[in-house]
Write a protein that binds this ligand. Structure first.
Ligand SMILES: Cc1cc2nc3c(=O)[nH]c(=O)nc-3n(C[C@H](O)[C@H](O)[C@H](O)COP(=O)(O)OP(=O)(O)OC[C@H]3O[C@@H](n4cnc5c(N)ncnc54)[C@H](O)[C@@H]3O)c2cc1C
Length: 399
């Protein structure tokens, strides 16, 4: 009887696992991927895609073609529960999928539930397909109405929010800059960044935080630090201001301080949260609902379940939720899945303590951040671009 290894989610770690299974298959193992998308986003290039530097294909992994290479069947569907009594994954549309061994790499989404109106009226940065659909719609609006003032809010001042603010502004400006002065282009594309803390990017060192704040201010991005967004409302009726041919922005942000501002779009990039069904399935999770795994990336409660990327918390090595860790976990995850299937001893994995963050600033420049070290140079962008393209090269032209 073949053993069924089922992978849920085509995140960064699973993309590497699939690639490695293609190179080193295991006889007697039937591989299945359940993914709610057929193309998985590579997070390192997502901000660059927003800025218009990368096409959709350049920053997406074609999971069907990767699965073909790995001899893995793919079900494009959403997993919604795990039935551990019968060892099967419950999907939204198709019949349940049986497994002997399960691996989960479904990422995270920005937490919206605690703020009234956020789930309905804000656009979370994940799931990426919905986020990109909204972003593309805004770009089309910009192109069709180049004279319409646009006000965009980004809620969340971590690395993701800061990078999005800079890259979104860059793209919106490039859409109107051609026939307008720099000043007018800036007036037509207002970007506001809301952050509940006193300092942006708390996971990074002081010089990096200071420099990025300086860049945001110099670019005219309006910072609202120490502003906790308490509610979002939408006016049902879109009013047309008497002196304008355009509808006025119709989403409102309310802050605990009493600040109230209106926007055309509100993007949500706050703290990562885990899908509820993970905890509901009975897997041991941390206080935020992320799967607790040991040094083998194996669930501490269910030995036949492994997890990697944002959705897991390594109990002995808590780390920030960043794509770089998901990528690093790919190889040890592959090795331990194979060891488990061969009933051989698992191999411990220790993630690095410090990591190199390369933060793109939307102008084909980047800032490097590692521990207490900061470095800024146009060369860093080319380095980042090279690293990212090398990564994506693994998943193009299989064979
Ligand atoms: C705006 C933004 C910019 C970022 N920029 C960077 C950056 O430059 N560098 C960096 O290191 N990190 C960055 N991050 C963080 C990074 O996106 C994540 O840490 C990284 O994507 C985690 O990888 P993952 O493999 O855990 O999951 P993901 O890359 O999120 O992949 C999970 C996959 O699982 C699928 N999936 C989810 N739920 C289900 C389900 N129920 N059933 C089936 N499939 C499912 C999803 O569609 C997705 O394809 C950024 C995050 C944001 C929000």
């Amino acid at each position: 009887m073949p053993q069924d290894l089922v992978l849920i989610g085509g995140g960064h770690s699973h993309a590497i696992v699939l690639k490695m299974f293609g190179v080193k298959p295991l006889p007697g193992v039937r591989l299945t991927l359940i993914s709610d998308v057929s193309h998985a986003t590579y997070s390192g290039m997502l901000p660059g895609h927003i800025a218009g530097f990368y096409s959709y294909d350049e920053c997406h992994i074609d999971l069907r073609s990767l699965c073909e290479f790995a001899q893995c069947q793919i079900f494009v569907d959403r997993a919604i529960a795990i039935d551990f009594n019968n060892n099967r994954v419950i999907c939204q549309n198709r019949p349940p999928v049986n497994f002997d061994l399960l691996s989960i790499d479904i990422g995270s989404t920005p937490a919206t539930l605690s703020v009234p109106g956020a789930a309905q009226y804000a656009i979370p940065a994940k799931p990426v397909p919905e986020f990109l659909a909204n972003w593309n719609q805004l770009i089309t609006e910009r192109q069709n109405h180049p004279d319409k003032p646009l006000r965009v809010a980004i809620v969340g001042g971590g690395a993701g929010g800061v990078e999005l603010a800079l890259n979104m502004q860059s793209r919106l400006l490039s859409e109107v800059r051609e026939n307008k002065s720099e000043e007018l282009a800036n007036l037509l594309s207002e970007i506001h960044l809301f952050h509940s803390g006193a300092e942006l990017m708390p996971a990074h060192n002081q010089p990096v935080r200071r420099r990025l704040k300086e860049i945001l201010i110099n670019r005219g991005i309006q910072l609202h630090l120490m502003e906790k967004v308490s509610a979002i409302e939408k006016q049902e009726m879109i009013e047309i201001a008497s002196d304008s041919q355009f509808p006025i922005p119709n989403s409102q942000i309310y802050c605990e301080s009493g600040l109230k501002l209106e926007f055309d779009r509100i993007f949500w990039v706050t703290q990562a949260s885990a899908a509820n069904w993970i905890k509901e399935s009975g897997l041991a999770t941390d206080s935020n609902g992320f799967i607790q795994v040991n040094d083998y990336l194996q669930s501490v409660s269910h030995p036949h379940v492994f997890a990697a990327g944002d959705i897991c918390t390594m109990v002995n090595y808590p780390r920030p939720k960043a794509g770089v860790f998901a990528v690093r976990q790919g190889k040890p995850l592959f090795e331990n899945l194979q060891q488990f299937l061969l009933t051989k001893p698992l191999k411990p994995f220790a993630p690095q303590e410090q990591y190199l963050g390369l933060i793109g600033t939307g102008n084909k420049r980047a800032i490097a951040s590692r521990g207490n070290f900061m470095w800024e140079s146009p060369l860093l962008w080319y380095w980042k671009d090279w690293i990212d393209r090398q990564f994506m090269q693994n998943f193009t032209n299989q064979n």
